[in-house]
Structure formats: structure tokens, C-alpha cells
Design a protein around this ligand. Structure first.
Ligand code: SF4
Length: 322
């Protein structure tokens, strides 16, 4: 935590200690939330942190609900609370368990891989779960000619670009409304303006944006790449603004330019410091995240398998003041 901690942040930190709570925040959370978190990271990094939460009495998970569900499955019984239970990922809504069952009937015998951005119910019907950083590796490792894949059609394109495997979309319309709005022209104009820059885009961006970029990767990979770069490096980054603000604050010696400043996930931004404090004070039952017991064994198995795949490494430290 930083020296210019607000009164509200100080209150949260005090209560967090009393409750023996672990606060996990996604990279797309606002900076004030990232500052009071024990760890900030992408969905894979936070899933791994949840699995190491033994010793805490509760987890407060500041991210969208599918992430909090994964934390619930992996936390070895440590209860998980979400500051705003209505924070849902619209991308996850594109594919449900019924859609997967129907696709399996249409393509019997093909392995099903779903992106981590899916509900617990959807995960209970899949064979494998991938993250944006592990999708290519998982598809290649299967050694098959075709797979069923969803829900993100841009991530599907990313896998097509890097493997010879036939990727059959479970739902061809599936996309993240935030990343799908990045536009090739925005990136090209910035590249012209900053010819010495390095561009990194998220694989949820459209195919043509991925093709024009120097690098494509998850937010965890973006943080690591910027951290390792020499001072004064200029980066053009295409992802949600929460990560941009984190990078600008953490690495003031580098120039971090958002490809599009309108990239704001309204669902991620539903969480606030006030809501976190409310959870810590009252532990409201409606904020407690649960996963149906019947789905637990299969989801645990596929998530543990996902966690074993080489990913983005450890969660990044909490943002430090410059
Ligand atoms: S940024 Fe996109 S994928 Fe991430 S939570 Fe928001 S809508 Fe879902």
C-alpha cells in the first residue's frame, strides 16, 4: 500500500487484517482497488493465487463472476466474496452448457476446449479450459485435427494463426465487446506517429489488429514485457484501460500509450472501494460466491489441468507509487 492511502483505503486495510482476508484484483480494476489488493493479475494468475490461499479466512475477489467462481473451486474451502455480485462477463454469456451439448452431438468425438471466460456451468461440460496465454499450447498438445472451441471467436482466430488444427467455433458470434472494438486504423495511426514503438494487443482483439501488432498476449504477458523493457521504451497497448493505468503507474520510466482510450469494461468497473468495505464489514450472504456441488469434481479437474499448463507465471506485485 502506498503512503498517500485514502481514509477509505486505510479502513479497508485495517479490516482486511482483522478478518484475515486476501484481496485479489484483476488487472482491469481501478487503481484505487489495485492499491489495496494483495495481488493483481490476469485470470490465470488470480486462479493460481486462489489455490494458494490456505491460511486466510476469506478471499475478496474483485473481478467478474466467472473468475470468482474459479477462485471458489480452487480455494480449498476458503470462502470467496465478490464486491458486486452483478459483475458478469458478457463474453461468457455467448456459450452455455446446452450449446456445448448441441455442438458435441453435431461433432461427436471432437475435444471441447473453452476459454476461461465461461460460467461454472459451461465449464462443467468441457474437456479442457484454456486462457488467452495457453490456448495455442493446449490445442497443439492435443495432437488432433479438429477441436470445438469457444466462446471467443477472435481468440479462435489467434489459435488458427498459430496452429494447423481446424478450430470449429461453438458460437461464431462470441466476442468481448471491449476488445472487439479495437480497430486496425487506430493502431496503424499510432504506429505511424511512434515508429519506434512496440505494439502489444490482447488476443480478444480482431484478427487484423492482431496481425498488425508486434506482439499478441494476455495482460499478464503485457506486464512482464513492459517490466523487462529498457527505460524510455514506447509501448502501444490494446487492452482495457485498467491495465493501461497500472502500467503507467508502475513503470513511469516507459511511455505507455493506449491504442483506444474508450476500452473500458463496465462490468469490471462495477466494483468499488465502498463495496469492498461493505463485504468486509458485513460478509453478506448474497456476495458469497458458490458453485453447485454436482459440478465441482469435473470443474476442479479441468481447472487443475489448466493451472498446470505453462502460463504467465506468478501474479504481479501490487502497484507501487512512483
Ligand atoms: S473485458 Fe471483455 S472479456 Fe474481460 S470481463 Fe469485460 S467483457 Fe468480459
Amino acid at each position: 500500500m502506498t503512503s498517500d492511502c485514502s481514509e477509505l483505503q486505510a479502513k479497508i486495510l485495517e479490516l482486511k487484517k482483522k478478518r484475515n482476508a486476501l484481496i485479489l484484483a484483476h488487472n482491469y480494476q481501478t487503481i484505487d482497488i489495485q492499491q489495496i489488493a494483495d495481488f493483481t493479475g490476469d485470470s490465470l494468475q488470480l486462479a493460481r493465487k486462489s489455490a494458494e490461499a490456505t491460511g486466510y479466512d476469506l478471499i475478496i475477489f474483485s473481478g467478474v463472476r466467472f473468475m470468482a467462481e474459479m477462485a471458489t473451486v480452487l480455494s480449498n474451502g476458503v470462502p470467496v466474496y465478490i464486491p458486486d455480485p452483478s459483475a458478469l462477463c458478457p463474453l461468457a454469456a455467448y456459450v452455455d452448457a446446452d450449446k456445448i451439448r448441441a455442438k458435441k452431438e453435431e461433432y461427436p468425438g471432437l475435444p471441447v476446449i473453452v476459454y476461461v471466460n465461461t460460467t461454472a456451468e459451461t465449464k462443467s461440460e468441457t474437456d479442457y479450459i484454456c486462457t488467452s496465454g495457453s490456448a495455442v499450447e493446449i490445442v497443439k498438445a492435443l495432437g488432433v485435427e479438429s477441436v470445438l472451441f469457444g466462446p471467443d471467436s477472435n481468440l479462435a482466430d489467434h489459435v488458427r494463426m498459430h496452429t494447423d488444427v481446424e478450430i470449429i467455433d461453438i458460437e461464431p458470434r462470441g466476442s468481448c465487446y471491449v476488445h472487439n472494438q479495437f480497430d486496425l486504423a487506430q493502431l496503424q495511426l499510432l504506429k505511424e506517429e511512434y515508429p519506434d514503438s512496440i505494439s502489444i494487443v490482447h488476443p480478444e482483439c480482431p484478427k487484423e489488429v492482431q496481425e498488425a501488432a508486434d506482439m499478441v498476449g494476455s495482460t499478464g504477458m503485457m506486464v512482464k514485457t513492459v517490466a523487462k523493457a529498457p527505460s524510455n521504451t514506447i509501448f502501444l497497448i490494446a487492452t482495457e484501460m485498467g491495465l493501461i493505468h497500472q502500467l503507467q503507474k508502475s513503470f513511469p520510466d516507459k511511455k505507455i500509450i493506449p491504442v483506444w482510450e474508450g476500452a473500458i469494461c463496465r462490468q469490471m468497473k462495477k466494483h468499488t472501494l465502498e463495496k469492498i468495505l461493505h463485504v468486509l464489514e458485513d460478509l453478506p450472504e448474497e456476495n458469497r460466491v458458490t458453485v453447485p456441488i454436482a459440478q465441482l469434481p469435473h470443474i476442479t479437474e479441468v481447472l487443475e489441468q489448466m493451472n498446470k499448463v505453462k502460463g504467465q507465471g506468478p501474479a504481479t506485485p501490487v502497484v507501487q507509487e512512483s
